[in-house]
Design a binder for this molecule. Structure first.
Ligand SMILES: Nc1ncnc2c1ncn2[C@@H]1O[C@H](COP(=O)(O)OP(=O)(O)O)[C@@H](O)[C@H]1O
Ligand SMILES: [Mg+2]
Length: 437
């Protein structure tokens, strides 16, 4: 009997839990959550509620249930050293140790590694610990992006032309970043289309999931404030309409080179997920950032179509045997749409009841919701994700849209995600960018 420990309480972890439970091997799932997720609870043998920085509680839960392997969902426990703590009691994890989770938690770590090991795909960038030279570097770039060095919950990156209107705006922002962070990264602003490539690695072998595209803006047509991600899609051919196979190969190569560079630089293997936020530009594929865990929502595009054994995959990752492990994804399109509380992300309604309609045909993944005896209540963040899956892209979109539309309560969603009109827009944008050369 294999005992799998899962850390996390969002829709991403609900999808991970489901993938674990689909395993044909005898197993039991134990979940460590910050707050109750009714979907994960139903799939688990036993759940423990605790803070992600409570290593003692996590370790004793792992010990008590006799966990054989742990899958870490969110970034916070990685940054608190969950993988290190579990390793001490002999439990291997799908996830990097704290020192290597810097791939996500420190954008300076990642950029410096690329520079030192001459990994292609970085924009022009400089890292500053104080304001010396900041103005000169900003002025040397046509357009720029400012990034704090450290976790900011997706809210720290400021882009010229969107959040920063000119160099003096950027200077003020850099000053404020340096008051709370050790350094600030200034990058050339790239133009292109973004995609997420989530890869599993045992530190040497890199195994990619199909690429997906997320939608960060709250409202249709990519308007409104940035969110955790309102939805995402992937295609049956395991490409995206605006990327070529060679773009994907370039991204894969960059991730392989990073894995190799980390081993050289730190003398240990990066184990877990390397999720690259890439951009296809007219000069090829560029890396915007790495995350050290699966994406939310992009997990919902890949794990539901994983047809091989996820538990096997986890052991392949932790045992250094990934090259010999099978991972197969159905050749199906997926469209994921989140239903979120009205006012999200800045001023969401909280504690409001929602009712899911007949989500016939779509998969349902719970996120920020609480199951009470009289129904389902939203806690303020993204509430429930719906995923349509089909050989036919339009059908996948229809399934997701129908399900998300049937939710009753003070909610909204993005009807445009996965529509042909939006895909066409991305394709035209990319054609324009490639044509610019
Ligand atoms: N060099 C860049 N050029 C253009 N846009 C960028 C660049 N770096 C980041 N961005 C934009 O900012 C967003 C957030 O940046 P990212 O590096 O992914 O940080 P985080 O996800 O931690 O906020 C990206 O999804 C992208 O839209
Ligand atoms: Mg990002």
């Amino acid at each position: 009997m294999i005992k799998v420990l899962l850390i996390g309480n969002g829709a991403r972890e609900h999808a991970i839990a489901e993938a674990i439970r689909r395993s044909p091997q005898p197993h039991k799932l134990y979940s460590f959550m910050k707050s109750n997720n009714p979907g994960i609870r139903t799939l688990s043998e036993k759940c423990e509620l605790g803070d992600y920085n409570d290593m003692e509680k996590l370790s004793s839960f792992a010990k008590n249930v006799g966990a054989d392997v742990c899958v870490v969902g969110p970034e916070a426990p990685l940054d608190y050293g969950a993988v290190d703590a579990l390793a001490k009691i002999g439990v291997p994890s799908v996830g990097p140790v704290k020192e290597l989770a810097k791939l996500e938690t420190s954008k300076a770590f990642t950029r410096n590694l690329a520079r030192k090991y001459r990994i292609p795909g970085s924009p022009a960038f400089e890292i500053f610990r104080d304001m010396d030279g900041v103005k000169e570097f900003l002025q040397s770039l046509d357009s720029f992006v400012v990034k704090p060095d450290g976790l900011t919950g997706g809210k720290g990156v400021m882009v010229h032309g969107e959040h920063l209107k000119d160099v003096s705006d950027a200077l003020r922002y850099c000053e404020s970043v340096l008051r709370s962070h050790a350094s600030v990264i200034i990058e050339e602003k790239l133009e292109g289309e973004e995609f997420s490539l989530q890869s599993f690695t045992d530190g040497r072998f890199v195994l990619d999931c199909p690429p997906a595209q997320d939608h960060k803006r709250a409202y249709a047509n990519d308007e409104g404030p940035n969110t955790g991600g309102m939805g995402s899609y992937s295609c049956a051919d395991h490409l995206l309409p605006f990327i070529r196979k060679s773009d994907l190969e370039e991204a894969h190569r960059i991730t392989e080179l990073f894995a190799r560079a980390i081993e050289k630089e730190h003398g240990k293997l990066y184990v877990g997920v390397m999720y690259g936020g890439f951009m296809v530009t007219r000069d090829g594929v560029k890396l915007l950032e790495y995350n050290a865990r699966l994406g939310d929502p992009e997990t919902m595009n890949v794990l539901p179509i994983l047809s091989s054994d996820f538990i096997d995959l986890c052991f392949g990752i932790t045992n250094g045997a990934l090259a010999k492990t099978k991972a197969e994804f159905d050749k199906k399109a997926t469209v994921c749409k989140y239903v979120v509380p009205q006012g999200y992300p800045d001023n969401p309604v909280k504690g409001e009841k929602i009712e899911l309609g007949a989500a016939a045909g779509a998969k349902v993944y719970y996120a920020s919701v609480d199951q009470k005896p009289d129904g389902l209540y939203m806690s303020g963040s993204r509430a429930v994700a719906f995923v349509g899956i089909s050989h036919d892209f339009a059908e996948a979109e229809r399934l997701a849209e129908e399900a998300v539309k049937s939710v009753k309560g003070k909610v909204f969603h993005r009807p445009d995600i996965g529509t042909q009109a939006l895909l066409d827009k991305r394709v035209r944008h990319m054609e324009m960018i490639r044509g610019k050369k």
